[in-house]
Structures are given as C-alpha cells and as structure tokens.
Design a protein around this ligand. Structure first.
Ligand code: PMP
Length: 363
C-alpha cells in the first residue's frame, strides 16, 4: 500500500530533511527487511544482516570521503556534544594544552568541556564580531606542541563556515556536525573529525567519528569504557549495542549520496543552492545577511530584516506558505535557512520567490 503524503519544505537546522528515496526505502522495509522477515530494529546487532549494514555504511563513508586506511571509522552515541568531552578525555594528555578556535556557541561548548579535563588555550575567537566570520590564518595564536587544535568547520547557529582548513602543526580536530560530507573533503588534513548525523547524514542518535590510528595510543585504560575511543575502535563500534536504526538510515543516506555522484556533485548542488539564496539577500538593503562574505555558510544561511516585527511576520507568513523552520536559533534571533544535502533546489527557488513577494509588500 502506498501512503499518500504531503511533504513541505523543511529548513530545519537539525534533525533535518532526509532524502525522500531514503524515507521510502526505510518505510518499505520497516516491517521486514527483504529476505530477513524482521525489521532492522528487531535483529541482533551481531547478526550477519546487521554486519552487512554496518560494514556497508563504513565502506560507503570510506569510498565517498576517500578515508585513508590509517583511519578508523566509529559509529557512537551521545551526539557531537559527547565528543566535546571524549576528545579531551582521550587526546588531552597530562601536561599538554589543547588549542580551541572559537567561532560560535558550539565551539564555546566544546571548549567548556575541555576545560574540565585539562589545560586549554583560545587560538582565536571572533565573538567580539558576533561570530560573523571565521578567523584568518594570521589571527591564530597556536601553542607550540599543543595536544591538538579544535575547530568547528560550520557554525550552525550563526551561519558561518571555514572555507579553508587552518594550517597547524598539532593534530587538527574538527567538529563537522553541520557540513560533514556536504562537499569534497581531504580527511588526511584532520587527525579526528566528528559529526552528529542529524544534518547531512541521517537521524539523530548516531555520531560519526573518523580518527587517525596513531591518536588512539593516547587513550588511557583508566577512562570509562564507553568514553574510550581506543576501546570503541578495537571493538569496531560494537562494544555494546550500537544505534542500529540510525546506522541503517545512515547506510541508506550514503547509498543515496553515491547515487547523486558523490561529494563533488553534492558540493556543486549545495554551492548552487547557497548562491541562489545569498544573491537574493545581496540584491537589496532590505535583507541583512549575518555572515561576512568570505565566511558564508553553504549549509545555514542566516539573515535579519529591518525590524524584529518584520522577522516575526516573515516566520508566520512563510510557515503558512509551507516553509518550515526558518526562525533563527533562539540565542541569536533573526532568520535561518538550513539547506543541507537533502534539501531540494526547488525549495530554495520557492523560498526566493516568496522572499521577493515579501519584500514587495514590506520593503
Ligand atoms: N556542533 C555543531 C556544529 C552543531 O550544530 C551541533 C548541533 N546542532 C552540535 C555540535 C551538538 O550536536 P548534538 O546535538 O548531536 O550533540
């Protein structure tokens, strides 16, 4: 039986829109995986069926991102927020310092957790400029011999994105929660990269961590087992019951990404979508884009209107017109359009149409 559904344009920052092909396949196989007779949520995580799913997910992640063999791929729980703690607990060895590049609230949270574990330093912060850009290379103050440097590649709340990877000597750790696999990536520039899946990769509940083998030597045996990256890697993410449903959907999303032509093709579409929207924001003084042009995010487009009153009207009218999730994050206000991989180009074009009409009436 095909269920007739009406889907609206979902601009949510996360959990966010998933590819329809993925939802359809999951729906079709929810009662029983073909040839298995049970759903993915009802089978052992140690069964051959699940083995194929988790290995398939890892193989596709590796193929799409060109992950070198010297890296482990982990599927963990606790969201990106748990990595804010796990990263320093595993990598910030006694006597060393971790450098943090502070580009938004998520970076601040990552730093806050690291401070509980050991010595930290702020390599750069753009907070004085309302985080409207990411720092330039020349602005970084790096600690010689740092345990690692932590960066956030895309700042979901303020809508900025690092378009160049900082040059650092220490191992580079990256929170890529909101732009992971949204464009080609050179994994080898990072020592560890992590992302909650719920924006570009799948549902919430599964966190992807890609870590270079040599870093795992730092994990102390004294760490709680569930927080020990080395132990998680040794057990191939199966130390305990993993988030099976999340990994299953992730697998389908990765398959979809491959069908789209991989990260090059996906990156081109994302760039086109973002350009369409930013061009509209730049067209007149009515719209006030938040991010400085060189730091604009292709994932989260943030902007303000001449008054908060108009912003409220915009949210109300856009919601009524079938656009969901355009209200900015509660901490910064304004408006935000999140246009992750699975967000359709037609939805961006429709939003631009709506914006033109809104400006005509209110500009
Ligand atoms: N980092 C970034 C950049 C994020 O956007 C988010 C969530 N929006 C987080 C970390 C926290 O992720 P989680 O909710 O998976 O812990």
């Amino acid at each position: 039986m095909t269920v007739q559904v009406h889907r609206i344009y979902n601009f949510s920052a996360g959990p966010a829109v998933l590819p329809e092909a993925v939802l359809e396949e999951a729906q079709r196989d929810l009662m029983a995986l073909p040839g298995v007779g049970m759903s993915v949520m009802e089978i052992s995580h140690r069964s051959t069926t699940f083995d194929e799913i988790i290995h398939g997910a890892e193989a596709d992640l590796r193929a799409l991102g060109g992950i070198p063999d010297t890296y482990k791929v982990l599927f963990l729980q606790g969201g990106a927020s748990l990595q804010f703690s796990m990263v320093p607990m595993n990598l910030l060895t006694p006597g060393s310092t971790a450098d943090y590049i502070v580009t938004g609230d998520w970076a601040k949270k990552a730093l806050k957790e690291a401070k509980k574990v050991g010595a930290t330093a702020v390599a750069a912060s753009t907070e004085a400029e309302q985080f409207n850009r990411v720092p330039r290379q020349s602005e970084l103050t790096l600690t010689p011999g740092a345990a690692y440097v932590h960066m956030t590649s895309n700042n979901t709340i303020v809508g900025t994105q690092a378009h160049e990877v900082p040059q650092v000597d220490a191992p580079l750790v990256c929170d890529a929660s909101s732009d992971m696999y949204s464009r080609p990536i050179d994994i080898s520039t990072f020592a560890l990269i992590y992302a909650g899946a719920q924006k570009n990769l799948g549902p919430s509940g599964v966190t992807v961590v890609i870590v270079r083998d040599d870093l795992l030597a730092r994990s102390s045996d004294q760490l709680p087992s569930m927080l020990n990256l080395k132990l998680m890697a040794e057990n191939k993410s199966l130390y305990n019951t993993p988030p099976v449903f999340g990994i299953y959907i992730l697998r389908l999303v990765l398959k979809w990404m491959r069908s789209q032509g991989g990260l090059e093709a996906i990156g081109r579409v994302n760039e086109r979508k973002a350009t369409l929207l930013y061009d509209e924001l730049d067209r007149s003084g009515f719209w006030r884009p938040h991010a400085e042009s060189g730091s604009r995010s292709r994932m989260n487009v943030t902007f303000r209107l001449p008054s908060e009153e108009l912003e409220k009207t915009f949210v109300k009218e856009s919601t009524a017109a079938g656009f969901d999730g355009l209200k900015g994050h509660r901490s910064v206000g304004g408006l935000r359009a999140s246009i992750y991989n699975a967000f359709p180009e037609a939805g961006v074009a429709a939003l631009v149409e709506f914006m033109r009409e809104f400006e005509r009436r209110n500009g």
